[in-house]
Design a protein around this ligand. Sequence first.
Ligand code: 5AD
Ligand code: SF4
Length: 350
Amino acid sequence: MSLSRLAEKLITKAHDGNDLSRKEIVELLSLPAKYSSDLFAAADKVRKEQVGDEIFLRGIIEFSNYCERNCLYCGLRKSNSKLSRYRMVEDEIIATAQEVKKSRVPTVVLQSGEDSFYDTETVCRLIERICTETDLIITLSLGERSYDDFKAFQQAGANRYLLKHETADKDIYHYLRPGCKWEDRLQCLRWLKELGFETGTGNMVGLPGQTLETLANDLLVMKLLNADMLGIGPFIAHPGTPLAGIDNDDLDQVLRVIAAARLITRNTNIPATTALATLHPQGRLQALQAGANVVMPDFTPDIYKNRYDIYPGRKDVGSAQDIINKLEIDFQSIGRFINYSAGYRQTKYH
Ligand code: 5AD
Ligand code: SF4
């Protein structure tokens, strides 16, 4: 079969909602760059049919950059002694949540490194206060916790949880996350789904050792877990980590994984990640035209923002309201607009 015939066959099959085998996903991702625009157009169409033209916002608060883990790729890793660490106190976090509310963003994402300083009781108190003082929808992104913790967080009022599986290749996972087990990560994700959290997972694209088979497996993990939200972003090397100097500027590859994710998972919420905006000035808008439908503006107070240094060159520094105003103009330029409602996973559009 000619390449253009294969491209058309695969893209049409995925567009129509048929399951793709692992081999077919690999073939889809390995199509030469000249077919990318067809793939993005198909994903954009499915995005429109399934979740509409609206872009949903989530306000992030990165409340602690302490982390007990030592992931080889991440600037927050415990061994990065150059990083100036901070922890926001409860009242500061609540005041920031009020800012999110003031911007009409309906949901807040509380994100941190794996920091047991914020124990079960502290996190629950925070959730309860945000519920009563702001009535924002609460998403947590605190890393791996016990089943009992997840349950307590949910009872306190949290609705959503983000925990990227990072990579479906167990060997790469174990190499990049010393002391962590891939199975434990998956167990956490299954617990979250079982407890009824809207659950987000996702991966990094461009990790050393990763192949197209790995990326196909990433997409199958997302599908098999029935994850509700998918965070797909480029790996960006941080100079203060063991992976310093590993180049990754393949924006097209990240966009292809996003497009494939939209085609395979249909009605999920897929953010155009900040990491994409960091890789390329148009990265975010391109993602929004290749399947993505969510943007997550960063509300972390400016005094801390630069210190949440996961990878270098993070964009979007400045007041959150300024960022949203700029985003609104960008969205209009591609015929899209912000929807200020909670943006639950849509089982059916309209
Ligand atoms: N490049 C891109 N994303 C990264 N993350 C951590 N380090 C990097 C990096 N160097 C992402 C991971 C993790 C979250 C904390 O940030 O996917 O889930
Ligand atoms: Fe910590 Fe997460 Fe960074 Fe790993 S990826 S070092 S767990 S913040």
